[in-house]
Design a protein around this ligand. Structure first.
Ligand code: ADP
Length: 721
């Protein structure tokens, strides 16, 4: 079966066809060969001569008066086809043939004089015909060659045009040609049309409102080029297109709008060329952004180094924070606020630093607006405090400022600062918030970024650390001061019972010398009782000190047993009655008769009650003291009420701390340990102790105790209330 040949594939000659190929001459080549070669030219001339001779011989009987007729034709063809040579040959042969075959005497070459004339005329006419034919043939040849050349030139120009068109169409740039003042598109290549989002732009005018060159409408730029005749050339200019979704798309181009001119030099259109350099511009922008970032990083490192120097320069943290705020402005911000926590839990605006001296009056007003954790959580520094995390507000609008202000006046002042971009960072160390550090830009128009926030955090962290160090230093100083004060008080307190003891011993020794044999019993008893009281006092002081060191070391053990609190109170009260009476106070016990029993450490509970009664007597100003017991199903409550000197409110929060005292050392002795030990013991037994007091009116100490202990004993870590 023959293989079907696709019409798309070029057909190839088979083997047999290839063998025959040289035998089947190309007719055009053969024609050309006949025209150009010597053999062809003379052959054709001879052929026509023979043909003319044949016709003349055949038709001679019909036209015996015209012996030359067909030979003219042969000469004409020979001249036409072969030129002068073949024509002269045919002319000569025709003369011979005519003379031989057609002029009398026929079949001879003799000529009569009339025949010579006829032959001569034939020869002249033949030469003339040949001349005409040769000229005509040459003219036709030249015309054909001219036509051929014109055809070739046209084809070449068409090819060049097509090539140029293809190049323009495929060029990696936007190319367009506009005609006339209305800027009608003559040409728009693929890139340009796709950029204009239109495929059939040709013949239509360049629309306004489609493309912006920088901030100007492209159509206005074209109008200017057309009217002034000045080309528009710009590098990396932003082009903005309105997209279907209403958004603008921005790309960057190197642009040339070149006016084109007619033969008279008048502007008749514009040739536009645009090269998309968006990638390059973006790369450059990225490189610039990186360079800026690098510069900023260097700058921040420098500022941080300066900050570290400022922070390390002093232990006065308020002064340090003020210096820090002044360093941040203007290096990092136009304004900076420092808000610090106060011991009573409120916040105070410590510093308002500002870059422009003329802002001083506004700064003075801003200083009065503190944080309001309970009143205004929308206030950005307050929000940073409440959330415990940094806040970055890249762009604050006036509406935002008004919404976040405490009140109208605050809003007015904050608007006057020109606030634009804002960062607030809480000052936190080990979970303890010490304040808020805020800074913002205004007239410099800078917008903060995440990098600035990170820097703010680092700054605040260092500041908080420095404040914490200052606080720890202050506390250490205070602890040293307390220790020194304690040592002086302790030595004084320990010495106080020793002096009367030593005096009584000296007096006893003198009495012994005075009565060597029989010293009066009452005398000795008096001295011994006084000495024993002083020794007891000494033992109590030493016992307190030992307890404190036991508590600090976590070695205070409780021995729980069933204790009747009512009985215990009555017993201690009766023991202290005489002591109270010496101070002019009476001791009265209310309640507790019905057997209030709980699981407690008897001796430690006794120590608690003793401490409270001791204090009531000591600070009770000789007024009555009342001990009252209340009983609940699971709890017992003891109140020790005196009507003595009372305690100032500012001392109340620290009264149960170690070495804490609320009276002057000159008027009252004491180590400031009694209440500390009391609180520690009560808490170890699962209870609580508190005080209510009014200066000059007396105090009430209340001890609440659970009757069944549930909390495990751990007294080492207990802190002052
Ligand atoms: P001190 O041994 O110095 O009295 P405490 O720890 O027992 O130490 O008491 C601490 C401080 O509490 C005292 O210095 C005193 O100022 C105050 N205080 C304690 N009890 C009373 C009270 N009943 N009335 C007034 N002040 C008291």
């Amino acid at each position: 079966m023959p293989t079907p040949v696709s019409h798309l594939e070029p057909t190839r000659p088979s083997g047999a066809m290839r063998a025959l190929a040289p035998l089947s001459p190309d007719p055009r080549k053969a024609w050309s060969w006949l025209q150009r070669s010597w053999l062809g030219r003379y052959g054709v001339a001879l052929l026509f001569f023979c043909f003319a001779l044949l016709l003349q011989l055949e038709l001679w009987p019909l036209m015996s008066t015209s012996p030359f007729l067909f030979f003219y034709g042969a000469v004409m063809v020979a001249g036409w086809w072969g030129g002068w040579g073949p024509s002269l040959l045919v002319t000569t042969l025709s003369l011979v043939a005519v003379d031989h075959y057609f002029l009398p005497p026929r079949l001879t070459l003799q000529m009569r004089s009339a025949d010579v004339l006829a032959l001569g005329i034939f020869a002249l006419l033949a030469i003339f015909i040949t001349k005409l034919n040769v000229s005509l043939s040459r003219a036709l040849e030249e015309r054909a060659s001219l036509l051929e050349r014109e055809h070739q030139a046209r084809a070449a120009s068409e090819a060049a045009r097509t090539r140029l068109h293809t190049i323009f169409m495929q060029a990696p740039a936007q190319i367009f040609f506009l005609r006339g003042a209305s800027h009608d598109f003559d040409f728009s290549n693929a890139r340009n049309s796709s950029m204009l989002k239109s495929r059939d732009t040709l013949g239509k005018p360049f629309q306004s409102g489609v493309v912006k060159v920088g901030e100007e409408d492209a159509r206005d730029v074209l109008d200017r080029v057309y009217t002034t005749g000045e080309p528009f050339v710009s590098g990396a200019v932003p082009l903005r297109f309105l997209q279907a979704d209403g958004m603008e798309k921005e790309t960057f181009h190197n642009l040339v709008y070149q006016p084109t001119r007619d033969a008279q030099g008048q502007v008749d259109g514009i040739a536009g060329f645009g090269f998309d350099v968006t990638d390059l511009v973006h790369a450059r922008q990225r490189a610039e952004a990186l360079a800026t970032e690098l510069r900023q990083a260097e700058f921040r490192t420098r500022v941080l180094a300066e900050v570290s120097t400022v922070l390390a320069s002093s232990l006065d943290y308020e002064g340090t924070m003020r210096n820090l705020a002044r360093l941040v402005v203007p290096a990092l911000a136009d304004w900076c606020f420092v808000d610090l926590a106060q011991p009573d839990g409120t916040f105070r605006r410590l510093e308002v630093a500002h870059a422009r001296p003329e802002d001083a009056p506004i700064a003075a007003e801003v200083l009065h607006f503190n944080l309001m954790p309970e009143g205004n959580p929308r206030h950005p520094p307050t929000a940073a405090l409440l959330r415990g995390e940094a806040i970055l507000l890249e762009e604050m609008t006036p509406a935002h400022i008004k919404r976040s202000a405490h009140n109208e006046n605050h809003a007015r002042v904050m608007l006057a600062t020109g606030l634009r971009s804002f960062i607030a960072v809480p000052l936190v160390v080990r979970g303890h918030t010490m304040g808020v550090f805020s800074f913002f830009t205004s007239f410099s128009n800078r917008r903060y970024t995440q990098a600035d926030l990170a820097f703010g955090l680092e700054l605040a962290y260092r500041a908080a650390l420095s404040m914490e160090n200052a606080r720890l230093y202050r506390e250490a100083q205070e602890a040293i001061r307390l220790r020194d004060e304690f040592l002086s008080i302790a030595s004084h307190e320990l010495k106080t019972p020793l002096t009367p003891l030593s005096l009584k011993l000296q007096a006893l020794s003198r009495e012994l010398e005075r009565h060597p044999d029989n010293i009066p019993y009452a005398l000795v008893k008096g001295y011994v009782d006084t000495g024993a009281r002083q020794v007891k006092k000494l033992a109590e002081l030493v016992g307190d000190l030992l307890d404190v060191s036991r508590i600090a070391a976590g070695r205070l053990a409780l021995e729980l047993e069933d204790v009747d609190l009512g009985a215990l109170i009555h017993e201690v009260a009766s023991r202290y009655e005489a002591h109270a009476a010496r101070s002019g106070s009476s001791l009265q016990v209310e309640g507790g008769e019905a057997g209030l029993v709980g699981r407690w450490d008897r001796l430690r509970l006794e120590q608690v009650v003793t401490n409270l009664i001791d204090n009531a007597v000591k600070y009770g100003a000789g007024k009555p003291i009342v001990l009252s017991l209340e009983q609940g199903p699971s709890r017992a409550r003891l109140k020790v009420r005196d009507q003595g000197i009372g305690i100032a409110p500012e001392h109340l929060p620290r009264l149960f701390g170690r070495f804490e005292r609320a009276v002057s050392e000159r008027h009252y002795g004491g180590l400031g340990l009694g209440l500390y030990i009391t609180r520690t013991l009560v808490e170890a037994m699962g209870g609580r102790v508190r005080v209510e007091s009014e200066q000059g009116r007396g105090s009430i100490f209340t001890v609440d105790l659970p009757r069944e202990r549930v909390v495990p004993v751990d007294v080492s870590a207990s802190q002052p209330q």
